[in-house]
Write a protein that binds this ligand. Structure first.
Ligand code: ZN
Length: 128
């Protein structure tokens, strides 16, 4: 709060190499906190990108997460290089799908569990 030295300056932005894959990425100041590393020359339509990963450019050159929901049909955005980087694990882009997959994994596990063999009649507790 009010620490001028920490305010990102546009002059400091530029391109640098991704330490993971060696490709270039754009280092861009954000409105909220410091810097973000964006995929260069890539502006997909915002609605094709998960909500928390849509960065839009402001008039001063900084970027911010595009919070309009639902997104404007024609709004373009930028994405972080880490989503496109071949050497980094993809983050959890669609959390509800990840939960669904986990739930389905549990269901599939139950399906593949061998059924307990039925008790022969003489061992039924009531067959006395
Ligand atoms: Zn990379």
């Amino acid at each position: 709060m009010g620490v001028l030295d920490e305010r990102p300056r546009r002059l400091g932005s530029g391109r640098n190499r991704c330490p993971y894959c060696g490709l270039m990425q754009d280092r861009v100041a954000t409105l909220e906190h410091g810097w973000v590393l964006l995929e260069p020359d890539m502006r997909p339509l915002a609605h094709t990108v998960p909500a928390e990963h849509r960065w839009i450019e402001l008039s001063d050159g900084r970027v911010t997460v595009y919070g309009v929901c639902p997104p404007d049909q024609f709004q373009r955005c930028r994405i972080e290089h880490c989503l496109a980087c071949p050497q980094q694990a993809l983050p959890d882009l669609w959390p509800w799908l990840t939960s669904l997959r986990a739930e389905n994994a549990r269901q599939a596990e139950r399906l593949s569990d061998p059924e307990p063999p039925p008790l022969p009649p003489e061992e039924w507790p009531d067959a006395g």
